[in-house]
Design a protein around this ligand. Sequence first.
Ligand SMILES: Nc1ncnc2c1ncn2[C@@H]1O[C@H](COP(=O)(O)OP(=O)(O)OP(=O)(O)O)[C@@H](O)[C@H]1O
Ligand SMILES: [Mg+2]
Length: 471
Amino acid sequence: MNPSNPPQAAEYGGDEISAIVLDPGYSTTRAGFAGEDAPKSLIPSYYGKYNADGKEKLIYGDDIFVTPRPGLSIHNPIGRDGIVEDWDMAEKVWEHSFTSRLTGAKSSNPFQNGLNDIPSEELPTEMDVESEEKALADSPLLMTEPGWNPVKAREKTAEIAMEKWGTPAFYMARSGVLAAFASGKASALVVDIGASNISITPVHDGMILKRGVQHSPLGGDYISSQIRALFKKNSPQPITITPHYLISSKTAVEAGQPPQAKYRSFPADKAPDASYRSLLEERTLSEFKECVVQVWPGPNKLAATGSNGMANEEVARTSPGRPFEFPDGYNQLFGVDRFRIVESLFDAKAAIPDPDSPFPAPTPAQTLPELIKASLGGVDVDLRPHLLANVVVTGASSLLYGFTDRLNHELMSIYPGPRVRISAAGNTAERRFGSWIGGSILASLGTFHQMWISKKEYDEHGANIVEKRCK
Ligand SMILES: Nc1ncnc2c1ncn2[C@@H]1O[C@H](COP(=O)(O)OP(=O)(O)OP(=O)(O)O)[C@@H](O)[C@H]1O
Ligand SMILES: [Mg+2]
């Protein structure tokens, strides 16, 4: 691989054009040039909507966080199962991810559309308006997708890339396969802990083993809901997250003391929608995951008793607490409770109950150990030892402190015979961008050249060529 000289450059116009790699997740959308080691563009997958001057306005990217506009509501075009629900908006959010940082706005972008100012009859007739207007007319595009993406969704994605964006060449790859590539493996059992889902993808010789793909909703958003459940039951007092935009000033307080803050309030007709507040609360929850939450490292469940006869909970209790300060200044040490938050990813019974949570109580089949068993159960017996020796951990929620230790213990207790080996990038960016990085590597391989679906092939065969080419 020579990243500075992408193989497709000669074919697509002779200029030095790199393919674009687009990796849309539920929480963030990553985009960048193939051959580079990190995505240049990272935007939230959420978008904002509000009304002004009698018109509906849309906001994309980090701008959604900035101003609590009256009536501003926050939406996600992707559903909780990780599959696109709103195609028009998915197209717009994804388009924003590459036009904002990579390709620059094309004339099709209504926000910065210089051409719109010219009456159409004054447009030069000889100009190829059609190709000028397409956002990706110059760039081959590799997109990632979940292992359980249905055929219809794959075809719809190809249609957007080819017909709306005008990409000259297109390919779709399963994010699990790409995360394996990013770890330098063509065969692996990929464990992805994302925002909407956790998933297990067995990969053999660069191909997804479809019957072994498993996923469940116990991802980062579920973990956030467990933190909220814990906050409600917190002592010495329940914790409310008040985002910064609702605080005008605060004073430092001692740990565990009520916050001393002046709050901002909005009259009903000036207030943003509740979904805006949730989005900002989610930022605090994410920070809390990074700084406080800890996975009981094992061996055995948190609820079990260790070989020395001491309950694991008691052992966890002896480890020093971790402090956290909320936006309103409230702060406290979090003790053994911080281990309870993610225990239900491994032990369904350990879930912290919360009748108000949008997540139903998890079932045993949704936990990681059971998903892994089901996944390996779906692949050829002969392949299992090799997959267990190449477990790749990816996704930002896998950065939880102690996660890989626990996964290792769980795997060794289910599969005491074969050698279990976990590869988890120590570098945070590599863990967060595993599937993007794999796409960056794949699209710049010389041998990948023949895999692209060209515009001509798409026109000849239609969108279902994706199903035939992208295995
Ligand atoms: N250091 C961290 N520790 C634990 N969780 C984290 C950390 N950093 C981010 N997260 C959580 O990881 C989630 C985002 O993970 P990731 O970027 O892999 O998801 P995604 O690809 O957007 O979503 P999905 O894979 O479900 O489509 C969020 O829920 C976020 O709160
Ligand atoms: Mg993901």
